[in-house]
Write a protein that binds this ligand. Structure first.
Ligand code: NAI
Length: 480
């Protein structure tokens, strides 16, 4: 704690470097800056205490300062151990008016290269806003904060935090440990805290899936807005964002020539579509795998060969997982890949590449080429390169999506926070998406910057189509 601001970041003296990048990012984030201007007087988030867990990048720094500009108190962590830009974290702590010696910004607990223990320690720092107050709002990416609160309440209701079982995932063991400490200090902490939470806005596909599961099982504790499925989020960030940041990650990690290489993209959803464009843009020969006949057919119509992973395991030069699923590339398959094949994941969790199995291959030797780039040498003398230890490589090996596309996502986030905070009681304990007129508003806020000239419907045309001149223009079932 310095000058009253709590933080745990790599190096506060990086703040100027972060601030310069934020200044440039603000220019590229017209939606977010327009929302700041629109709500500056109103201060709709005054009284909001926002616990945020979302990649601590430069773009997120601009989001954090937008929430603060609208009146919120904020505490922030990253939702991935490798995704923090240390200069962004430092700049947010120091704040626009502060100095390294006297920071006056927002508490951040995040640095690039956290251990898993440190990750869960950081996440636990979100829950104490001082004076015995917890957060009343959550911004989540992947759902780890929401999970922690729900598990906390579950165990407090049961009256005990269970012991970890031998086959529990290491992360679950760490969650249990974190909650055990909290339970020992205050056996009703999360129960009280959850009762005060007005809602969560969730950023990504995997996190949203967790929310719908909680709602389906009748276990969701507060209203949620699914930001991912705003059209201006998943059809832009997931696709065009990855189109930019996938090759960025590959280049920074390996600098290998992509043209002519055989790239295998597992999954042809929104992220997969962007990944394919990214690799094709560099002249790679791209093939995809899918389990969904609709997405497989889409891929085929795009002129892509749809294969089984097994068909190409020995020929592929680059393997990218984008499924959000589990057990996509197994150790036994990695053992059969070409020498120096690159294996990387851009799905949210590290469940797609069998890293645990890889580490157990007899005689395998892991060498760090540089942080987040590892060579795994098999006993037969051939090696593969695994990026970011199987975690999101576009954030681990590069700096994630660019500002302009994140402005779309984060304008949705900010509007979701305003909705949930200012309309308590209007949202039930369910998962919602933002109404279409707000989705269209997000898009509208990004048109001028690109010189787009939008045609206005005449009254007659609008009547013919059965829509209002001001929109919304499409029915909710329209798929874009
Ligand atoms: P999506 O549901 O649109 O796409 C996933 C696709 O993978 C689906 O078409 C599904 O049929 C397919 N799939 C599932 N299991 C498969 C298997 N075993 N083999 C082949 N294909 C399989 O989801 P979306 O939005 O594309 O997100 C994918 C993942 O990326 C999620 O984990 C999401 O959270 C994450 N994400 C990552 C971002 C990043 O910056 N790296 C940005 C946005 C999302």
């Amino acid at each position: 704690k310095l000058n009253g601001v709590e933080f745990a970041v790599r190096d506060l003296s990086l703040a100027d470097f972060g601030r310069h990048q934020m200044r440039l990012a603000e220019q590229e984030m017209p939606g977010l800056m327009a929302i700041r201007r629109e709500f500056a007087d109103q201060q709709p988030l005054r009284g909001a205490r926002v616990a945020g867990s979302l990649h601590m990048t430069i773009q997120t720094a601009v989001l954090i300062e937008t929430l603060v500009a609208l009146g919120a108190q904020v505490r922030w962590v990253s939702c991935n151990i490798f995704s923090t830009q240390d200069e962004a974290a430092a700049a947010v702590v120091v704040g626009p008016e502060g100095t390294v010696d006297a920071p006056s910004g927002t508490p951040v607990f995040a640095w690039k290269g956290e251990t898993l223990e440190e990750y869960w320690w950081c996440t636990m720092q979100l829950f104490d806003f001082g004076d015995g107050q917890g957060p009343n709002m959550i911004v989540d990416d992947g759902g780890d904060v929401t999970l922690l609160v729900h598990k906390g309440v579950e165990f407090e209701t049961a009256g005990a935090v269970p012991e970890a079982q031998a086959d529990d995932h290491e992360e679950y063991r760490l969650i249990l440990e974190s909650l055990r400490g909290s339970f020992a200090a205050d056996a009703k902490r999360f129960t009280r805290l959850a009762a005060g939470i007005r809602g969560v806005s969730e950023e990504t596909t995997n996190g949203v899936a967790r929310l719908y599961r909680l709602a389906r099982d009748g276990r969701l504790l507060f209203p949620a807005i699914n930001v991912n499925d705003s059209v201006t989020k998943s059809k832009f960030d997931n696709k065009y964002g990855i189109r930019h940041s996938l090759v960025d990650g590959l280049n920074r990690a390996t600098d290998v020539m992509l043209g002519g290489k055989l790239a295998v993209v597992c999954g042809f959803g929104d992220v997969g579509k962007g990944a394919v464009e990214s690799l094709r843009g560099q002249g790679a020969r791209v093939v995809v795998t899918e389990i969904d006949p609709i997405c497989a057919l889409q891929a085929a119509m795009e002129g892509l060969q749809v294969v089984l992973l097994e068909d190409v395991i020995e020929q592929g030069d680059i393997f990218i997982t984008t499924t959000g699923g589990t057990d996509i590339i197994m150790a036994e398959q990695m053992a059969r890949m070409k020498h120096n094949a690159i294996v990387a994941n851009v799905g949210h969790f590290d469940t797609e590449i069998d890293m645990a199995g890889l580490a157990r291959v007899p005689g395998v030797v892991k060498t760090e080429v540089k942080p987040q780039v590892h060579e795994w040498l098999f006993p037969d003398g051939h090696a593969i390169l695994v990026l970011s230890e199987g975690r999101l490589m576009n954030l681990g090996n590069a700096t994630g999506h660019p500002s302009f596309v994140m402005s779309n996502s984060f304008t949705n986030q900010t509007m979701a926070q305003i909705e949930l905070f200012t309309k308590p009681g209007e949202y039930e304990t369910k998962v919602y998406t933002l109404p279409k007129h707000l989705d269209e508003k997000v898009a509208r806020l990004h048109l001028d910057a690109l010189g787009v000239r939008l045609t206005t419907l005449t009254k007659k045309q609008a009547e013919y189509l059965g829509v209002d001149v001001e929109g919304p223009y499409k029915a909710d079932h329209y798929r874009y």
